[in-house]
Design a protein around this ligand. Structure first.
Ligand SMILES: [Zn+2]
Length: 58
């Protein structure tokens, strides 16, 4: 079993995190606003990650 440092330097780890993040975001967006039921709008901003593996994709 890889240790925490190995996992944090594996690009596949970030792909899985990104997939989970997108799924959770879509579930939340689909439910609409918890206060009024209206549409939840979103925007995709460029990220400026710090650290991580050298060969991580954009
Ligand atoms: Zn609302």
């Amino acid at each position: 079993m890889p240790n925490d440092v190995d996992l944090a330097m594996d690009p596949r780890f970030y792909l899985v995190l990104h997939r989970i993040d997108r799924e959770l975001a879509e579930e939340t967006r689909a439910k609409g606003c918890p206060f009024c039921g209206g549409a939840l709008h979103y925007a995709t901003y460029r990220r400026a990650p710090r650290g991580g593996p050298e060969d991580l994709l954009e």
